[in-house]
Write a protein that binds this ligand. Sequence first.
Ligand code: FES
Length: 167
Amino acid sequence: MLSEQERREIEAHARHYPNNRAVCIEALKIVQQHRGWVSNEGIADVAEALQMKPAELESVATFYNMIFRKQVGKHVILLCDSVSCWIMGYERLREHLGDRLGIRPGQTTADGRFTLLPNVCLGACDHAPVMMVDDMHYQDLDPPRIDEILASYRQEEKSSDGNAADS
Ligand code: FES
């Protein structure tokens, strides 16, 4: 069942769309924001709320690659593997990220912090190679820059762990 908060957020979006079908991607994104990913139960909950068939939502969720149908880590790294990024060093970055995180594309680190996923064009081809971490775009990447970015996320988490311990 949708939480009260999820239901409120979906209803707020629905006011701006002509029908339930049109709001279904937003609804799936809202469930993902709250739960981290969209399970079969999440699909069923949204289907019930929007009076759609679960199979219809399943096909939308499968088509739209920003909806995660499997559990992912706290941070999701989307590494662009389309043509410009491929030419500009995608393979080298994939290997570097894999070595640093100890995982291959499609996997999540043992501590649950990072999931690494290949992704189609992220829309910044003139700054290839490109990746996203959660909602942040990173461009003109090379291995040293990747190390800086990973370190910043680790540092951020250490700070928030420290703050939690202090409180
Ligand atoms: S090909 Fe990578 S951003 Fe377009």
